[in-house]
Design a protein around this ligand. Structure first.
Ligand code: PEP
Length: 251
């Protein structure tokens, strides 16, 4: 069966010392790697030091974004080559905050997804609808379009390894989470789209997270659903106690 994956997205929070003490506090108490993949996605400046701090433990370090180009005149951008070189293992791509505030498009997410695989990074590809789109009944078509475009050109093997995060935008950081049943229905639809775009084996293997106001108190409801394989978590990933609380739901 699919191994659960719990990823924290710290967004633009923490100082280096706060980031390091978080990793020190959780790194020896997270569950085993056989039970769950545990990922901490930190701001870019801390990545190298966090990779060192987490070495040999079951905590993998992820970035929150990157450029698709390897190098060149892209002032302020982070290269996939640099992430690979640092030992970063995951990268969040197409988060709604980047789509809304930093002009991320389905096309750039696709280029970044391809670049991630070229550099041994596992992409966590985000999709999700606004409240307006949901109320207009567009959720399924919209996430299907986002995932089909993000995954264009991937091999079957790559598509199996990729992680998808379904994050309804109206549920991110608002305290308003989707019901587990509604989230599962959309994740099931995403799995169907992956089966149509690739094949049934890929669809059975690809891991789909739910994200949007997940916390220790509600994570079990999501993980109990057939098509939900983990969570991408913002607010509740910031403190060691609540991050560990999320992971407790696995055991
Ligand atoms: C996120 O940042 O991807 C997220 C889901 O945030 P929160 O858990 O705070 O809603």
């Amino acid at each position: 069966m699919r191994k659960p994956i719990i990823a924290g997205n710290w967004k633009m929070n923490k100082t280096l010392s706060e980031a390091k003490s978080f990793v020190e506090e959780v790194k020896n108490v997270v569950p085993s790697n056989e039970a769950v993949d545990t990922v901490v996605c930190s701001p870019a400046p801390f990545l190298g030091q966090l990779v060192e701090a987490a070495k040999g433990t079951n905590v993998a370090i992820g970035a929150q974004n990157m450029h698709f180009e390897e190098n060149g005149a892209f002032t302020g951008e982070v290269s996939p080559v640099a992430l690979e070189d640092l030992g970063v293992q995951y990268v969040i791509l197409g988060h709604s905050e980047r789509r809304e505030m930093f002009n991320e498009t389905n096309d750039s997410v696709n280029k970044k997804t391809l670049a991630a695989f070229k550099h041994n990074l596992t992409p966590i590809v985000c999709c999700g609808e606004t409240l307006e789109e949901r109320e207009a009944g567009k959720t399924k078509d919209l996430v299907a379009d986002q995932i089909q475009k993000a995954f264009a050109g991937l091999t079957d093997e790559q598509a199996k390894q990729a992680v998808i995060a379904y994050e309804p935008i109206w549920a991110i950081g608002t305290g308003k989470s989707s019901t587990a049943q509604d989230a599962d229905e959309v994740c099931g639809h995403i799995r169907k789209i992956v089966a149509e775009s690739f094949n049934a084996d890929v669809a059975a293997a690809v891991r789909i997270q739910y994200g949007g106001s997940v916390k220790p108190e509600n994570i079990k409801e999501y993980l109990a659903e057939e098509n939900i394989d983990g969570a991408l978590v913002g607010g509740a990933s910031l403190q060691p106690a609540s991050f560990l609380g999320l992971l407790e739901a696995i055991s």
